[in-house]
Write a protein that binds this ligand. Structure first.
Ligand code: HEC
Length: 320
């Protein structure tokens, strides 16, 4: 009886925790409609997409976010987006060399005059960091630190789905309005979003009344960001929009990059590609891991069958 009570209490506790979680918080992230090519037992990265994702990272994200755990040579290793079987050693791959050389890095050793010089990066160099240190990164981003993206896909729940949702989830630019009010003779300028026009939200209907969400200075609303919008919402608090604010604005308006392979650079295409690139970066050996796993399973299956028949054979004459 006692065990039963403890069990029941535990279950009730879990149920409440679940409810509490569902009440506040961010919108559940979703991936692209067709899913990711790297999912499932045999899933692999779409190489062309990872290549485009590197382009998006390089041309957009890398001005704020570093990827310290990656070297340029990783791009040319087996399973990497620019792997070429003709160059088993990526340090010799001319394309990888050229990609690296597009970045300037600081020499680790000072020259004879004691100065640190910049030089084009080599495949062996780590990805260039946009800022010399965290303090400089914060200073350039209104106090917020753009996190390193090397293993971001592993660091957030729902990984690539989350990146994809976050990048595509910002309200359309046309929904931002300037709200100018007077308080004690002072004019206050604020940016607001009319939530009743934000279709992607779903939970907020126009008949829920006026629906201004005030953006704090230097912050941007995103339904997938963890947080609480209650203090900034002028409508009925029961219908407050999900999500929160972050110091990163929308990064991928249509046409933000011009893809070298001619793919049309829509917001969702760029988000798809950069999320897949970040998924590869966080787990570059996924394909090798899956191959080994599958091979091991097949081997074990054959071994089990053989063992079963030898067992039958050996114990054939024994009564048991
Ligand atoms: C202008 C600078 C800037 C650019 C460009 C930029 N970001 Fe950010 N990003 C930030 C800052 C600042 C934060 C921290 C926001 C905060 O914590 O409020 C951030 C946070 C993030 C986060 C973490 C969100 C979380 O859950 O905490 C992700 C993921 C991210 N950025 C991805 C990207 C991607 C992908 C790109 C390129 C398409 C990109 N960013 C481009 C400045 C930038």
């Amino acid at each position: 009886m006692k065990t039963f009570r403890i069990l029941a209490a535990g279950l009730a506790g879990l149920a409440f925790a679940g409810l509490a979680h569902a009440a506040g918080g961010a919108k559940h992230p979703h991936g692209p409609e067709a899913g990711w090519p790297f999912e499932g037992v045999t899933g692999q990265y779409d190489k062309a997409s990872v290549q485009r994702g590197y382009q998006v990272y390089k041309q957009v994200c890398s001005s704020c976010h570093g990827m310290k755990l990656l070297s340029y040579r990783n791009l040319g290793e087996p399973g990497g987006p620019f792997y070429d079987p003709a160059y088993p050693n990526p340090n010799d791959n001319p394309f990888v060399k050229a990609l690296a050389a597009e970045n300037e890095v600081m020499n680790a050793e000072p020259n004879e005059a004691g100065e640190y010089e910049f030089r084009p990066a080599m495949p062996a160099d780590r990805f260039r960091s946009p800022f010399p240190n965290d303090a400089a990164a914060r200073a350039a981003n209104g106090g917020a630190l753009p996190p390193d993206l090397s293993v971001m896909v592993k660091a957030r729940h729902y990984g690539a789905d989350y990146i994809y949702s976050l990048m595509t989830g910002y309200p359309d630019f046309s929904l931002y309005e300037d709200l100018i009010t007077e308080e004690n003779g002072e004019t206050i300028y604020q940016t607001v979003i009319d939530m009743s026009k934000f279709e992607k939200l779903g939970s907020y209907k126009p008949d829920h009344g006026p629906a201004y969400l005030i953006q704090p200075a230097g912050q941007y609303y995103n339904p997938y960001m963890a947080g609480d919008t209650t203090p900034n919402f002028q409508g009925d608090p029961r219908h407050r929009p999900p999500g929160g604010f972050l110091a990163m604005g929308p990064q991928l308006p249509d046409g933000r990059v011009e893809y070298t392979d001619g793919t049309e650079a829509t917001t969702s295409q760029m988000a798809y590609d950069v999320a897949q690139f970040l998924a590869w970066a966080a787990e570059p050996k996924l394909e090798a891991r899956k191959r080994t796993g599958l091979g091991t399973m097949v081997f074990l299956l054959i071994l089990s069958t053989l063992l079963w028949f030898s067992y039958k054979q050996i114990w054939r004459k024994v009564e048991h």
